[in-house]
Design a protein around this ligand. Sequence first.
Ligand code: ADP
Ligand code: NI
Length: 216
Amino acid sequence: MNWKETIQAIEKSVKDKFSREATGHDWHHIDRVRKNALIIAEKEGGDLIITELAALLHDIDDHKFNGGDWEAGTRKAKQILEEHQVPEQASIHICQIIGKVSFKGANVLSVPDSIEGKSVQDADRLDAIGAIGIARAFAYGGNKNRMIYDPTEEIVLHESREDYFNAGSHTINHFYEKLLLLKDTMNTPTGKQMAASRHAFMEQFLKQFYDEWDTK
Ligand code: ADP
Ligand code: NI
């Protein structure tokens, strides 16, 4: 089999599926995660084919967030890999990665075992911080009809993803319950390094945001 053609074909099917999404889980998110995962895996010595396929498929069913069915993404990925004749050993590894990266239940940290998985998870987290992460958070909040900020509401640290998905907090709250914590959850030295400037930018953003809010 020809890996380049296989990757291109899988890329096309993912792109078709995600082109209609506008909630922060669009094709461009997948594409950025793929690029950053490859940068990280290359520096960390991971297999680039496994990394690229896992990144392309990491959110395949997650964007529906369907009633806590955490395995839907893995099932769908397995089916796509089979359709494209990806050898079973590679498919098993890729699905293990997707299971770990897309599992977000009950605030349990789920860390992939392999370098490839760690690279994809780091790249996914990088896309939730920095300028892009800020844009995605406000896009998500707007989509849920949330206020950008409400100074009368105390910051609440929701315990789990389900809680902060369903809670009605303003979007600035999400920085404290998740975005500012992500840099310390990076798996790889390369990922940590890439997270640093994005994290600093969010701190700068919040400072400027409050300064403008309080302009007398
Ligand atoms: P991913 O699957 O890409 O890791 P999520 O599905 O958890 O990320 O969230 C998608 C995007 O929406 C992320 O950028 C995340 O920060 C943002 N998001 C999730 N929950 C909230 C929330 N309560 N308020 C604002 N943004 C949120
Ligand atoms: Ni993602």
